[in-house]
Design a protein around this ligand. Structure first.
Ligand code: C2E
Ligand code: MG
Ligand code: MG
Length: 728
C-alpha cells in the first residue's frame, strides 16, 4: 500500500508563549492549519495526478534506498510497498536488469545525473514476465547536498512485446530470400525495402528509397502505373508476373514478382515481392535445349523440326510461297557403326551435319530426325527445280570422303523430296511423302534422290494396309505352314522337309512369303510370327513321329531380325521341350546375308543355338559374300546353294563352275551341301555328278500342305524307293 508522505503535525507543537503573544500564536496556528490543509490538498492532487499519468512514483534517499513508492505497479510486482522500503533498485527480488543498461544507469546515478527510460523486468504474481520503464532525477537540498533520487515508473510490458514482435518480424523480412518492396502508388517511389532487395540489386537502402521500379528497368512510368491501377481496381492480371530487373552495375536478371495493393491513410501502398529466378530460367533453358536439340550435332531434333516446319507452312500460306522438304538418309550407315564403332559413327554424323549446314541458306532449317536421318526445310523453294538444286548440292557434299580417326570413309545418302503446296499441305503428310520418296531412292540403288509421286502414295497405302492386316493375321491364326521335301541324291530317300510359311489373307487367297516376310521384318512382327513357325514345326515333328510316319527332320527359316533377337534360343528350347522332340530333328536355315551382317556377333549366337543340339544351315548360299575365315568359325552343318546358280547350271558355265566350287568347298569344310530350286533331271544329274548331297525343288516335290505331304510320304514309302518315282 502506498505510504503517505510525511507531514508537519501541528497538534504536537508545545510552545512556551510569552504573555501578549497569544494572538500572534493563534494566528500562526491558524496559518499552519491552513498550510497543512493546502499541503494535504496538494498531496491529494499530486497523488491522483501520479496515478493518472504514470504507474508509480518513487523516491530514494542518498543511499538509493526507497523511501517512498506510490502506484499500482507495486501490486503487480507481487511485493508490498513496505517491503520495498529500504531496498535499492538492484536488490528487489525477481527484478532483472540487462547488463549494458544497468551499467549506463549505474554511471548516471554515480554522477548524480537524471536518467530516462531505463528498463528492468520481473516475473509478476501470475508468473508472466513484465517490463518496467523508469525515469528519475537527483534531489538536492537547499545547500546543494545530494539527498537521493525521485522518479516515475511505467509498466511497458505490452509495448516491449509489440516492439519485440516488430523486431522479429523485421529481421524475418530482412532474412528472407525474396526482395520485398513497399512503394507509394502516387509517387511510384519505394517507401521501404528489405535487406535482400538491397543485396539483390546492389544498392544501399538510402539509394533504393530514392528510386522506383522504373529505375530498376521494370518498365515505363505509365506502364507500371497502369499495372498498379489494375491491381487496385481488383484485376488479378498482374498479381504474379515475370520480368527482368537491372542491378546497380547494369546487369540484368529475371524475377518473379507477386504484387498486392493495400489501402492506407496516405493512399495506396503497393507491396511487391520479387524472387530471383535466374537458376530456374537456366534450368528451363537447359531442358528446352535437351527437349528441342539433338545433343550429338546440336541441330534441331524431330520435335523442333516439326514445329519449325509447321510455322514455316503457316508463313508460306500467308505469303503464297512454296516450301521444299528433303529427307536425307545415310546409306549403310550401320556398317560404319558395326565396323568402326559407335563413337566413330557419332563423329561421322557430326561431320555430315556440318556439311549439310553448308548446303542451305540461313533462312532454311536443318534437323536430325534420329539415327542417320536428317531433314531440310527449304523455305521459299516451292518448286521441283529449286528443291532438286539443293538435293544435288547435298549429293555433291558427300562426294569428298570423310576423315574418321585418320581413315578416309566414303558415305553416300539417299534423299526423298516433297514440295508444299503441290504434294501436301500438312507437315506430317509432307514428311511422310518425303519418307516414301527417300525409300524409292534407296530401292533405286541408293546415292540418289527421288521426288514424291502419287504412285508412291498408293504403294505406301498398300504397305500400310498390309501391315495392319498382318497384325490381325496373328490374332486370327491366318498363317499356315507348307512343307517341301528334300532328297538324298545318292539314295533318293527323303532327308527331311523345309517348312515354308503361307498367309491365308482374307480376300487375297494364299499369299507368298516373298510378299509379306519383308513387311514382317520391317515391323518386327517377324519375332512373334517366327516363334509361331518354330512351335508349329516342332509340333509337326512330334505329330508325324506319333503317327508313325516320322521321324522327319524339319527345317525352318529364320530371318535376319529374328536371328538377332535375344529370345530366339529360348523360344527354340521351349518348343523342343514342349513337344518333347529330338533336337537334331529341328534345323534352322539362316540366309548368308543375315549371318554376315554382323559376323562377330553371329558366331556367338550360332554357338548358343548349336548348344541346343539343333542343326544349322546357311540358306541362299553364294549371294552373301561370306568370308571363308568366318565360314570356318561358324558352327554350321550345311550349305544350301542359292537357286540363282541352279537355275542355269546345265547351260551357264559360270553357274556350273560356281556350283561345283561350292560343293567342293563345303565338303572340304566337312559340311553337307544341298541345292535348292532343282526342277529338271539334267540339273539333278549335274549335281549327282558333282557329288551334291541333297536336292530340293519342284523336280522332287513342290511345297505341300501337311495332309498332302503325309500322303506323299506314305505313298513314297509304299512305292519305294523315293527319287523321281515318288515325285508328284
Ligand atoms: P527359301 O528359304 O530360299 O525357300 C525356298 C523358296 O524357293 C520357296 O519359296 C520355295 O517355294 C521356292 N522353291 C522351291 N523349289 C523351287 C523350284 O524348284 N523352283 C522355284 N522357282 N522355286 C522353288 P517360298 O515358299 O515362296 O519362300 C520364299 C522365301 O520366303 C524363302 O526362301 C524364305 O526365305 C522365306 N520364308 C518362307 N517361309 C518362311 C518362314 O517361315 N520364316 C521366314 N523368316 N522366312 C520364310
Ligand atoms: Mg529356306
Ligand atoms: Mg533359299
Amino acid at each position: 500500500m502506498p505510504k503517505k508522505p510525511s507531514t508537519v503535525d501541528a497538534h504536537t507543537l508545545t510552545i512556551d508563549t510569552p504573555p501578549g503573544h497569544l494572538e500572534l500564536l493563534d494566528l500562526t496556528v491558524r496559518n499552519l492549519r491552513a498550510s497543512e490543509a493546502k499541503l494535504q490538498q496538494s498531496e491529494a492532487r499530486f497523488h491522483s495526478l501520479a496515478t493518472l499519468s504514470f504507474d508509480s512514483y518513487w523516491e530514494q534517499d542518498e543511499s538509493l534506498r526507497f523511501t517512498q513508492f506510490l502506484g499500482s505497479s507495486v501490486d503487480q510486482l507481487g511485493i508490498t510497498a513496505d517491503a520495498l522500503m529500504c531496498q535499492t533498485g538492484w536488490d528487489i527480488p525477481g527484478v532483472r536488469w540487462n547488463v549494458p543498461e544497468r551499467t549506463v544507469l549505474e554511471e548516471r546515478l554515480a554522477a548524480r545525473e537524471p536518467f530516462r527510460d531505463a528498463i528492468c523486468s520481473w516475473i509478476d504474481a501470475d508468473g508472466a514476465r513484465r517490463h518496467f520503464q523508469i525515469s528519475g532525477e537527483p534531489k538536492f537540498d537547499l545547500s546543494g547536498r545530494f539527498t537521493g533520487y525521485r522518479g516515475i515508473g511505467n509498466d511497458v510490458t505490452d509495448r516491449v512485446h509489440r516492439d519485440d514482435d516488430q523486431r522479429r518480424f523485421r529481421s524475418a523480412i530482412d532474412a528472407t530470400a525474396d526482395a520485398i518492396f513497399l512503394l507509394d502508388r502516387a509517387t511510384l517511389r519505394f517507401t521501404d525495402v528489405n535487406d535482400t532487395a538491397c543485396r539483390m540489386l546492389g544498392y544501399s537502402l538510402q539509394e533504393l528509397l530514392a528510386l522506383g521500379p522504373m529505375e530498376l528497368g521494370a518498365g515505363s512510368r505509365d506502364y507500371i502505373g497502369g499495372i498498379y491501377d489494375d491491381l487496385i481496381s481488383g484485376s488479378a492480371a498482374y498479381k504474379v508476373t515475370e520480368l527482368w530487373l537491372q542491378r546497380r552495375d547494369g546487369s540484368r536478371f529475371p524475377v518473379e514478382i507477386h504484387r498486392q495493393a493495400h489501402r492506407s491513410d496516405d493512399g495506396w501502398t503497393i507491396v511487391a515481392v520479387a524472387r530471383d529466378i535466374t537458376e530456374r530460367k537456366e534450368a528451363e533453358g537447359r531442358l528446352r535445349q535437351l527437349a528441342h536439340y539433338d545433343q550429338l550435332t546440336g541441330l534441331p531434333n524431330r520435335t523442333l523440326f516439326y514445329d519449325s516446319l509447321k510455322s514455316t507452312l503457316v508463313l508460306a500460306e500467308q505469303r503464297h510461297l512454296g516450301v521444299g522438304v528433303l529427307l536425307i538418309d545415310l546409306d549403310r550407315f550401320k556398317n560404319v557403326n558395326d565396323t568402326l564403332g559407335h563413337s566413330t559413327g557419332d563423329e561421322l554424323l557430326r561431320q555430315v551435319s556440318q556439311r549439310l549446314m553448308k548446303c542451305v541458306r540461313a533462312k532454311d532449317t536443318i534437323g536430325r530426325l534420329g539415327g542417320d536421318e536428317f531433314a531440310l526445310i527449304l523455305s521459299d523453294a516451292g518448286n521441283v527445280h529449286s528443291a532438286s538444286i539443293v538435293a544435288n548440292k547435298v549429293m555433291r557434299a558427300f562426294r569428298q570422303p570423310f576423315t574418321l580417326e585418320g581413315r578416309e570413309v566414303t558415305m553416300t545418302a539417299s534423299i526423298g523430296l516433297t514440295v508444299y503446296p503441290t504434294d501436301a499441305l500438312e507437315a506430317d503428310t509432307l514428311i511422310k511423302y518425303a519418307d516414301s520418296a527417300m525409300y524409292e531412292a534407296k530401292d533405286a540403288g541408293r546415292n540418289t534422290f527421288r521426288f514424291y509421286t502419287e504412285d508412291m502414295n498408293s504403294r505406301m497405302l498398300q504397305k500400310c494396309a498390309l501391315e495392319d492386316d498382318l497384325r490381325r493375321a496373328i490374332e486370327h491364326d491366318e498363317f499356315v505352314l507348307y512343307y517341301q521335301p528334300k532328297m538324298q541324291v545318292d539314295t533318293g530317300e527323303w532327308s527331311g522337309v523345309e517348312a515354308l510359311i503361307r498367309w491365308n489373307r482374307p480376300g487375297h487367297g494364299l499369299v507368298s512369303p516373298a510378299v509379306f516376310v519383308p513387311a514382317l521384318e520391317e515391323t518386327g512382327l517377324i519375332v512373334p510370327v517366327g516363334a509361331w513357325v518354330i512351335n508349329a514345326a516342332c509340333r509337326k515333328i512330334s505329330n508325324w513321329e506319333h503317327a508313325g510316319i516320322g521321324p522327319i527332320p524339319v527345317a525352318v527359316n529364320v530371318s535376319g531380325r529374328q536371328f538377332l533377337h535375344e529370345g530366339l534360343a529360348a523360344t527354340i528350347e521351349a518348343a523342343i521341350r514342349r513337344y518333347r522332340i529330338e533336337p537334331s530333328l529341328l534345323e534352322i536355315e539362316i540366309t548368308e546375308s543375315s549371318l554376315m551382317s554382323n559376323a562377330e556377333h553371329t558366331v556367338d549366337v550360332l554357338q548358343d543355338l548349336k548348344a541346343l543340339g539343333i542343326r544349322i544351315s546357311i540358306d541362299d548360299f553364294g549371294t552373301g559374300y561370306s568370308s571363308l575365315a568366318y565360314l570356318k568359325r561358324f558352327p554350321i552343318d550345311k550349305l544350301k546353294i542359292d537357286i540363282a546358280f541352279i537355275r542355269d547350271v546345265t547351260t551357264n558355265e559360270d553357274d556350273a563352275a560356281i556350283t561345283a566350287a561350292i560343293i567342293n568347298m563345303a565338303h572340304s569344310l566337312k559340311l553337307k551341301v544341298i541345292a535348292e530350286g532343282v526342277e529338271t533331271l539334267e540339273q539333278l544329274e549335274f549335281l549327282r555328278t558333282h557329288r551334291c548331297d541333297e536336292i530340293q525343288g519342284y523336280y522332287f516335290s513342290r511345297p505341300l500342305p501337311a495332309p498332302e505331304l503325309k500322303k506323299l510320304r506314305q505313298s513314297s514309302r509304299v512305292g519305294r524307293s523315293g527319287g523321281p518315282a515318288a515325285i508328284c
